[in-house]
Design a protein around this ligand. Structure first.
Ligand code: HEC
Ligand code: HEC
Ligand code: HEC
Ligand code: HEC
Ligand code: HEC
Ligand code: HEC
Ligand code: HEC
Length: 643
């Protein structure tokens, strides 16, 4: 009896005694920082290798091989589209080592590293052994404050081995000394490990994803102003900003913003993060739709990974939808929960008749993203370059220069286009349409690269146009090219530019134009801002028939077209306007929709109006006769009784 009590006290004492540190059992363990050879970075002040350092507990090879961010899709997927915002036509896994190095230096910041970037071809065109390889950068998504600026600097300088180290730039682990990085020995223990909490590794927040995706303001409740540009592609192409703040409190000059008591994005306001909708596909906490390989009778898959297994091999293929703007990882399309999977829409929306009909003919976003308030691209023109060497861009939703904080931002209402869904149906989805124009080499149809363009347009110094170009385009004769002068809007101007390209070796240069559809899925408004007015769609001024401008001018007179693999169609017609612009005039009947009160249904309306008028006429006529007969019978001489 006494011995068991003593044993019990001893066990308890060992549990709560000094041997167990009084730390959070869920805290991240200490991390050894290792170089590419697996030895401590301190040994030779070597660059950090995350592949080695994290590998002890997380399977970094598995993570990198299960990530479309690393592979950026198969070459075929990527080749189907190019990046129109940067004129990037790079195809991962192809080309020489020197081409890869150039891409990493100039465009590599939008790649998380690893994969094709970590295994460059050994063709002697670039010395990757000296520069090092860019590995998958875990810190970019998992550090609370990754030093993206320092990372970009190392990339641009071609010091690829130091990119991961630089990302730690805002932690106490490493300091920058001139061009070099030096490890702060005092924060390492004798085994070469740093404390887990020093790095603060955690599940990614929206601010991590914002390094490459749409704009997320760095701090809550602090007015921000967003200078538009290609570095935040989602915001640039759809107008959405993932922010909890109210629009009226932002530093952007949004028209009528005093009345906009809504957040930029209701999900950001209600504390959802990107990974709540785009999480890891094998996360045991994620009760995803069953993959098609499961037997049909299963409603739930109970055989999930246990937590330990997941922490070792978390899939970095994130849940994704079936969007019109990107071709990456199409094999995973439809793996995410969409609006209808999280919200029981049938249980609400009592105001809406024919709920099923509405939900099957359009996406929730059609009513719930009524407007976007950031300047959004309407046109990207690569047939000439601006003085900064970038494309000429036209924005929608602003009047004036959007990079000037005083410019009034009106916002825009996306157009509704039928999108081909995975189940074969078509639903109206809000879209931005952006036109893009570029030169191709007539000999093989490849796009003329930005370098060749710059050489043709500027010759030696960027920003100084070649005299031949100035002579052809300078309409006001002040010897400079600016504003509307920078447009190839006549055959003569186009021919001059084509000549300059031919001088650079482009054969038979031709202008091509494309219309690129960008699905609008973020920037959901609170419910009370959703479209409730039936006339918004069913009236004469219906949104489903509203004109949508696609281009402010047509470079080289070329009419752009939708790519063949687009998921959306353009039911209606493209019409040039008198001032040289191009608009899309939607026709919902061409999409097979009969939207009551709009379009051909106006005939039905007219029949209805006439029916009402005729009934009223009938009522008056009938009533009139009755009244007449009544008075007539009163005033008529009494009939004699025939008794
Ligand atoms: C010594 C083993 C070990 C090493 C080395 C290690 N981890 Fe972990 N990691 C763990 C354990 C155990 C957990 C679970 C405990 C936790 O959630 O903090 C974890 C959790 C995480 C989490 C989830 C944190 C959260 O709060 O959800 C991330 C992200 C992570 N690690 C990233 C990394 C990265 C990046 C590295 C390399 C720099 C790394 N880990 C190195 C053991 C390790
Ligand atoms: C592009 C951003 C990104 C990069 C790069 C990245 N991760 Fe993750 N990681 C995520 C996301 C998103 C999740 C899933 C979170 C969820 O499902 O809620 C995740 C999940 C994890 C988890 C599971 C715990 C958790 O937070 O849910 C670990 C461990 C982890 N990552 C480690 C790593 C390591 C190690 C690397 C580098 C080899 C790495 N990650 C690179 C975005 C990233
Ligand atoms: C280093 C840059 C980078 C970071 C950081 C990053 N991404 Fe991406 N992501 C990309 C690129 C590049 C693509 C390919 C499509 C494109 O060009 O926009 C992509 C594609 C995606 C897609 C697929 C889109 C589709 O349907 O086609 C999703 C979803 C996604 N990212 C989510 C996230 C989430 C969530 C995070 C944060 C945890 C994140 N990304 C962090 C660069 C990044
Ligand atoms: C409330 C859920 C939700 C949240 C939170 C969310 N998304 Fe999405 N995301 C979606 C939906 C829905 C789609 C469209 C899927 C479809 O139509 O099939 C989408 C599409 C995308 C796409 C592809 C289309 C595009 O716009 O390029 C990317 C990339 C993406 N999301 C990244 C992010 C990032 C980064 C964040 C955080 C800043 C985020 N998402 C937050 C629901 C969400
Ligand atoms: C991963 C689950 C998830 C997805 C996907 C999702 N939502 Fe939500 N949504 C939420 C949560 C959680 C809230 C906050 C509910 C609350 O207030 O507690 C929310 C809030 C909302 C609200 C605000 C309601 C109000 O009170 O004003 C609207 C509207 C909404 N979502 C519409 C959408 C639409 C449209 C989509 C598709 C683009 C979508 N949601 C996708 C989880 C989701
Ligand atoms: C025809 C336009 C329309 C469509 C389509 C639509 N909604 Fe709504 N939704 C509204 C309006 C309007 C409200 C506000 C209801 C009110 O004021 O009574 C609302 C309310 C909501 C709310 C808040 C409910 C509450 O009780 O607070 C959620 C969540 C929501 N919708 C999600 C969805 C989802 C998910 C879909 C797609 C399946 C969808 N909606 C389709 C117009 C629409
Ligand atoms: C965002 C646009 C939109 C809004 C807002 C909207 N509808 Fe609709 N409505 C549609 C579309 C699209 C259809 C489907 C047409 C089809 O399937 O051919 C439809 C179908 C209908 C139908 C069925 C017509 C038929 O032919 O069977 C009725 C009735 C209807 N709507 C009434 C309403 C009422 C009442 C409201 C306001 C409470 C409303 N709608 C709001 C777009 C809208």
């Amino acid at each position: 009896m006494r011995t068991t009590t003593i044993a019990g006290v001893l066990v308890l004492a060992s549990l709560f005694g000094g041997r167990l540190p009084a730390q959070d059992i869920l805290a991240h363990p200490d991390i050894p920082l290792l170089n590419a050879q697996g030895e401590s970075v301190l040994t030779r002040n070597a660059p950090l290798s995350l592949k080695e350092s994290c590998n002890g507990c997380h399977d970094t090879a598995y993570i990198a091989s299960h990530s479309y961010h690393v592979s950026l899709g198969t070459p075929e997927e990527r080749a189907a589209r190019f990046d129109p915002l940067t004129l990037d036509t790079f195809r991962p896994g192809r080309g020489t080592a020197a081409e890869l190095a150039t891409w990493l230096r100039t465009r590599g910041a939008r790649h998380v590293g690893g994969g094709f970037a970590a295994s460059p071809p050994k063709d002697g065109t670039f010395d990757f052994a000296a520069a090092g390889a860019t590995e998958m950068n875990c810190l970019l998504c998992h550090l609370p404050r990754p030093d993206d600026e320092a990372r970009r600097r190392e990339l641009a300088a071609g010091r690829f081995a130091w990119v991961s180290t630089a990302t730690l730039g805002k932690t106490p682990v490493v300091t920058r000394k001139g061009e070099d990085w030096s490890w702060n020995r005092e924060v390492f223990d004798e085994k070469g490990q740093v404390k887990g909490e020093l790095l603060g590794l955690r599940t990614p927040r929206a601010s991590n994803c914002a390094i490459c995706h749409g704009f997320v303001p760095p701090k809550r409740n602090e007015p921000f102003f967003l200078r538009p540009g290609a570095s935040h592609p989602e915001t640039e192409t759809t107008g959405s900003i993932f922010a909890a703040d109210r629009i009226r409190e932002s530093g952007m000059n949004v028209a009528g913003k005093d009345d906009l008591r809504r957040p930029w994005d209701v999900h950001a306001e209600r504390l959802l993060e990107c990974s709540d909708c785009h999480g890891s596909l094998n996360d045991p906490a994620y009760d995803a739709e069953l993959p098609p390989t499961e037997p049909k009778h299963l409603a739930v898959e109970p055989r999930r990974l246990d937590l330990r297994e997941f922490l070792r091999t978390p899939s970095h293929d994130f849940a994704k939808g079936h969007v019109s703007q990107s071709q990456v990882a199409r094999r995973l399309d439809g793996s995410m929960r969409r609006c209808e999977d999280c919200h029981a829409a049938e249980k609400t929306h009592a105001f809406l008749p024919y709920r099923d009909r509405h939900f099957t003919s359009m996406q929730c976003e059609a009513c719930h993203i009524p407007k976007e308030y950031a300047p959004t691209r309407q046109q990207t023109d690569w047939t000439l370059l601006g003085p900064d060497g970038d494309a000429l861009v036209v924005y929608r939703g602003v009047s004036g220069d959007p990079s000037d904080p005083r410019t009034l931002v009106r916002g825009y209402t996306p157009t509704l286009l039928p999108r081909k869904e995975l189940d074969g149906t078509r639903r109206l989805t809000p879209q931005n349409l952006m036109s893009t124009f570029f030169w191709v080499d007539g000999a093989h149809g490849e796009k003329v690269s930005r370098d060749v363009l710059a050489r043709a347009i500027f010759g030696g110094t960027e920003g100084t146009y070649r005299p031949a170009l100035v002579e052809a385009l300078d309409t006001n004769g002040d010897g400079r090219l600016e504003g509307r002068e920078l447009r190839l809007d006549t055959a003569k101007k186009t021919a001059v530019m084509a000549g300059l390209l031919e001088n650079e070796g482009v054969k038979n240069p031709m202008i091509r134009g494309e219309i690129l559809p960008y699905g609008v899925h973020h920037g959901v408004a609170p419910a009370r801002f959703a479209t409730k007015d039936c006339n918004g769609c069913h009236g004469v001024e219906s949104r489903v028939g509203r004109e949508f401008q696609i281009a402010a001018y047509l470079p080289g007179g070329v009419t752009p077209h939708l790519p063949e693999d687009a998921l959306v169609t353009l039911p209606g017609r493209l019409a040039p306007t008198s001032d040289g612009a191009l608009v899309f005039q939607p026709d919902p009947t061409a999409a097979g929709l009969r939207v009551l009160g709009f379009g051909t249904d106006r005939l039905v309306d007219r029949i209805g109006q006439w029916a009402v008028i005729l009934v009223l006429v009938g009522v008056f006529f009938h009533g009139g006769i009755r009244i007449f007969l009544h008075f007539y019978s009163r005033n008529a001489p009494p009939k004699e009784d025939a008794s």
